[in-house]
Design a binder for this molecule. Structure first.
Ligand code: 5GP
Length: 127
C-alpha cells in the first residue's frame, strides 16, 4: 500500500487535542464530531483514531476491531440523531472522499454523515 500518512493534518491535530472539536461520539478506536462548515442540519464526521489516509487504506490495514467499531459508531449516530430510516428518520447520506477527483481536503480517513433535509440525487451529471 503506497499511502504515507501526514500527522500534521487537521484531524490528527484534533485527535491529539491540539484543536477543539464538537464531539458527537467517542470510543477507543473512533471519534465523531460536527463538521465545522455543515452542509446540512446533520453533518457529522466519523474518523478512526488510527493513521489511515482514506477508505481503502483503512480497509486494508486497520484491524477488524477498528473497522467494526467505526461502522457501529457511525450507524449509532444515524439512529441517535434521528435520521436513520430504521429508527423512523427521513434518511441520510454517507460520503467518503479519497484523493484528487472527489477533492479530499483532509488526508485522514473520514466518513461524512449528512441528513436533516432533502439532499437531492447523489451527483450532478457532468457535460
Ligand atoms: P473532505 O473534503 O476531506 O471530504 O472533507 C473535509 C471536511 O472537514 C470538510 O467538510 C470541512 O468542513 C471539515 N473540516 C475542515 N477543517 C475542520 C476543522 O478544523 N474542524 C472540523 N470540525 N471540521 C473541519
Amino acid at each position: 500500500m503506497a499511502y504515507q500518512y501526514d500527522d500534521q493534518n487537521i484531524f490528527a491535530k484534533i485527535l491529539r487535542g491540539e484543536i477543539p472539536n464538537q464531539t458527537v461520539a467517542e470510543t477507543d478506536h473512533t471519534l465523531a464530531f460536527s463538521d465545522i462548515y455543515p452542509q446540512a442540519p446533520v453533518h457529522v464526521l466519523v474518523i478512526p483514531k488510527g493513521p489511515y489516509v482514506c477508505f481503502d487504506h483503512f480497509a486494508a490495514e486497520a484491524s477488524d476491531a477498528e473497522i467494526a467499531d467505526f461502522h457501529r459508531v457511525a450507524a449509532q449516530i444515524c439512529a441517535d440523531l434521528g435520521v436513520a430510516p430504521g429508527a423512523g428518520g427521513m434518511g441520510y447520506r454517507t460520503i467518503s472522499n479519497a484523493g484528487e477527483h472527489p477533492v479530499q481536503e483532509v488526508p485522514h480517513y473520514h466518513m461524512h454523515i449528512l441528513g436533516g433535509r432533502p439532499l437531492g440525487r447523489m451527483l450532478q451529471k457532468a457535460d
